[in-house]
Ligand binder design. Sequence first.
Ligand code: FAD
Ligand code: NAP
Length: 326
Amino acid sequence: MTNSISTRLVVLGSGPAGYTAAIYAARAGLSPVVIQGIQPGGQLTTTTDVENYPGFRDVIQGPWLMEEMQAQAEHVGTKIVWDHITSVDLSRRPFRLTGDGGAQYFADSLVIATGAQAKWLNLPSEEHMKGRGASACATCDGFFYRGKKVAVIGGGNTAVEEALYLTNHSHDVTLIHRRDSLRAEKILQDRLFAHPNIKIIWDSEVAEFVAGGTPEALVGLDVRNVKSGSISRIDVDGAFVAIGHKPATELFRGHLDLDEDNYIRVEPGTTHTSVPGVFASGDVMDKIYRQAVTAAGTGCMAALDAEKFLAEADFEAIPQAAMQHA
Ligand code: FAD
Ligand code: NAP
């Protein structure tokens, strides 16, 4: 028999946005169901030290923080389900979500918190050096390169902002871009070009991340000039890949309004999406800040928006007696 769960609120995703939404919704008596997805705990489970989440004087670990958030959500009455949603029907009530193994989830309201994943260059040597010098988040990891040499790969706003940010820690920042002009806004370009501690390598791409030392760490990048094909090595301790993010919104294409970069569009200042009763929070709707604390903040907003929506709803809600937990 296929499992089925009916609930007033499904929270899709188990990163900081999803768990925060669940904590607020559970405390409002909505008995939310969190569907964790294939990355329980979200992006922070892929990192080690987290030093900018408020409330902790000492360095904390990303996976530990997410376990604590999950424990808090469960403690106040959230049901956690491990499943990956493969299709949604938001065209009628209750909303219906279908899991990987065929389980059905029926909900009067939905908080989407499916996050966004940084794009990588997809080089085997890059994969090998993740956490050992290769990063996709300067705000998160820049601090670890104080006084060291770093490179940023990309030519958009994120790459330029990350290069500028890294000058707070490093006196030797190199931006590597595959063309001879940047995509970033002019004002950011002007700041970049004026900065004495930033060099730019134009028309170039990274051919290899070079490892060395014991314990093994990044020591350089082999950089290929795309016009001449020649390869030269630059010495760096950290390399920040900033070639864009991909929001996890494939599931919602054709069901919700997405913006030109495929982020879920919300009414400014709220988490309301184009479908009443569906709310979006965290990195899936935020292409600018993309931090754990901002994801948690919009998760809180989404739960409050959902609570208000359900209190005012004029459709027939899923009756308490019909609620089943598989
Ligand atoms: P995510 O954390 O991306 O979680 C998304 C969730 O959605 C996951 O649980 C996933 O399984 C689930 N999901 C996706 N699709 C489906 C589906 N179809 N069905 C079911 N579930 C689904 N931020 C900081 O503030 N400080 C840091 O130090 C920091 N370090 C970082 C280090 C790294 C290496 C990375 C990658 C990011 C870092 N960040 C940091 C950024 C931070 O992790 C993100 O901003 C934050 O996790 C976003 O939270 P979120 O809840 O929106 O989404
Ligand atoms: P982006 O605008 O898509 O830029 C990605 C950059 O990476 C481009 O320069 C691109 O090169 C390069 N790139 C892509 N794939 C590559 C690859 N495989 N190898 C090498 N280089 C590659 O991404 P973003 O900078 O993350 O910005 C995303 C969105 O968020 C944009 O809308 C941006 O405006 C917005 N944003 C805004 C702010 C702000 O307002 N302050 C800050 C950050 C982001 P090409 O140029 O050759 O395509």
